[in-house]
Design a protein. Structure first.
Lengths: 406, 406
């Protein structure tokens, strides 16, 4: 969901493993494959079908002979397939500009890291509706020859997982060793266990839940409202003209408030003024450091993300409810699953709260499914799943090793 | 801050006391007085002065002979002087349209209510910078003959209280019996005790704190950003043309998220869809009930509030820090006060948290000031100060009665 680079502003700067480090997967290049076409379109939860669908994905580490060492990592709202290492061709792409930068979970994926690429083959694909290589609203609609915009169908977490299943099958993987993700990525991991019981041995779900709270729906609603009411939005047909940056920036600023916690904000900004002398500047512009931070996050985001994709992906986040596999009953839904679970929440996460994760853990337990649930004390809020590397690493490493032996 | 009528959406409808009820103060008419002019302008914390300043206020109940039974009520962000009863001339005013409606704290102010107008004379004035009768950005700037817009000086809670002190003096009141307010109104009550020690016998501070959190600053910043980046804003000179409704609606929607709690949202909306059949509508418009609620709140607000006033008043909320009376040390600041305090927080209030109120209570206690601090268990979040009437009424009544005898 958040950008780990952004989340680190205000902390002591983190040393990234350079592309030549033995702990880095090195330079990476995305792969691309067409997984739906006219003959075999992708059916969607909304009732429509879509074709063609191209999927961008990245692979780190080697698949073993039995192809049973594959971990599928699922990304969150603003993420992409570039999980680890350094994107070799980032600046060559014709799509939205991205700086060469380490993958969004580089701290967790690589040789000797939590998801150890010496042992496991790690795959991540970009979700349907995104703007990072997989077909989305900024792709060309074959029926009109123009970019989809809002003619793109509504997509869901279920649709994403259905498409990921095609990718996994295409790669000749019968059963995944693990699925893993944080936030909206965690909901995809959960959906994998529900939609394809037994197709993944393990599931690692971080900072996530069976469904978003009403408060979370409310934040998404205001963000989308800001985008749609931006005069540049033009019903989603803004491509080639000025983009709805004001609206998208507002949505992102709002998002960042929910990714941090009240405590981490206090620690980071402490009501400090930018002028450094601890007195108001008496104006309506950027006066507090926290204002400057949000402004920066908003501006940085519009350079790298498509507003329509934000609408579609946040809507998928809204609509997700694992209980729908049990006619609204989460316990009943969880009776389907056939995986071992590692669930991790973070004490100060108020977007996907520990209480919500506990609800999921209990639903699985009541069905006698194997679950490890850990609530990590952390002040980082929702961003903790990107930042609490030292606490997550042993948990994830041991959980994966347990899956190898049993 | 919130509108009590709005806050009640989703609860069982409340019966308001009609203007003829014995528990109502009846039909009310605001008073208006000029409290600063060229000869005696109002000095402001920003270093400027302002004149003329007209103040709108309302009075309920009778002042006694000694004029020592006066309670000054302070309103929050979007409030006005109309605390109780029914505004007789609401629809005649040339300013922003207001429906005839009960005052924003009618449940608390009236004959036999918590602030009992049979015993006390209750006064409330509209703050400087507002759009409800007191001079603000939509008033005419005498130096240009045009509406101030952003040429209006930055105002602070300190300035508001300085102006209120002029009103109190003008009304011949030497010492207030009590000051009382919730949210930003509570900060004004606190400021009264700090700026004019001994000028009020009692202080009632609800759902408030010595300063806003960084998270609170962040929400205000995004709201203002939405207003200022609205193309209709035109640097604040939008009067007479289209108004920045989109931005103001976003600010208000955001505000409402902070006024409710996660629990109250869940109780109120429960992820229900508007279509009533508990399945997604698969579109980007208003699909969940919580979305519909926020949309309504945003739309209703732009009909009754001025965007520039929102900017100025939310900025005053940002800048307030009671500790500035003690060079940043709240304990030191609290050594000044000479009043008895009733502090009330609400367990689920995450805009002004119980922890923050406790911090203020402790600072007062360490100075051996008389303090009663109550944290009321409530699921209503910040709005609780408007809604928890049954719990507040005995607390406030007894506290006021204690002030009468001692």
């Amino acid at each position: 969901m958040s950008d780990p680079l952004n989340a680190l502003v205000g902390r002591k700067p983190k040393q990234y493993d350079g592309p030549d480090s033995p702990r880095s997967v090195g330079w990476t290049e995305p792969c691309r494959v067409r997984l739906a076409d006219e003959i075999n379109p992708l059916p969607l939860d909304c009732g429509e079908t879509i074709a063609p669908v191209d999927v961008e994905y990245e692979v780190y580490g080697e698949m073993n002979e039995n192809r049973d060492n594959v971990i599928l990592i699922l990304h969150a709202l603003s993420g992409d397939a570039h999980v680890a290492g350094w994107d070799a061709k980032a600046e060559e792409y014709g799509r939205l500009w991205r700086k060469t930068r380490p993958g969004w979970w580089d701290s967790m994926v690589g040789p000797g890291k939590a998801f150890d690429t010496r042992k496991y083959c790690v795959i991540c694909s970009n979700v349907l509706g995104s703007c990072y290589g997989t077909t989305g609203p900024s792709s060309t609609d074959p029926t009109t020859g123009r970019q989809y915009g809002l003619r793109f169908p509504i997509v869901t977490v279920g649709d994403w997982v259905r498409l990921q299943e095609r990718l996994v099958t295409y790669l000749g993987i019968e059963r995944l060793f693990a699925v893993a993700g944080g936030s909206l990525g965690g909901q995809q991991a959960l959906e994998w266990t529900l939609a394809y019981p037994g197709r993944t041995k393990l599931a690692i779900i971080l900072a996530s839940s069976a469904r978003l709270s009403d408060q979370g729906l409310a934040f998404n609603a205001v963000g989308r409202h800001a985008i749609i009411s931006d005069p540049n939005f033009k019903g989603g047909d803004y491509y080639g003209g000025p983009t709805p940056d004001r609206g998208l920036a507002i949505a992102r600023m709002l998002g960042h408030i929910t990714y941090l916690s009240e405590v981490s904000m206090r620690q980071k900004f402490g009501r400090r003024y930018r002028n450094g002398n601890n007195t108001p500047g008496f104006h309506l512009g950027i006066d507090f450091e926290v204002e400057s931070y949000l402004q920066h996050q908003g501006q940085a985001f519009v350079e790298r993300f498509d507003a329509n994709s934000y609408l579609y992906i946040s809507r998928a986040m809204d609509y997700y409810d694992a209980a729908s596999w049990g006619e609204g009953d989460l316990d009943k839904a969880c009776s389907r699953v056939d995986s071992k679970f590692l669930l991790v929440s973070f004490s100060s996460d108020w977007l996907y709260t520990p209480e919500q994760m506990k609800e999921l853990a209990l639903a699985l337990c009541r069905n006698r499914k194997p679950v490890t649930y850990v609530n990590i004390p952390s002040s980082y809020g929702h961003d903790a799943f990107l930042l609490e590397v030292e606490r997550l690493e042993p948990l994830i490493r041991c959980f994966l090793e347990g899956g190898l032996v049993r």
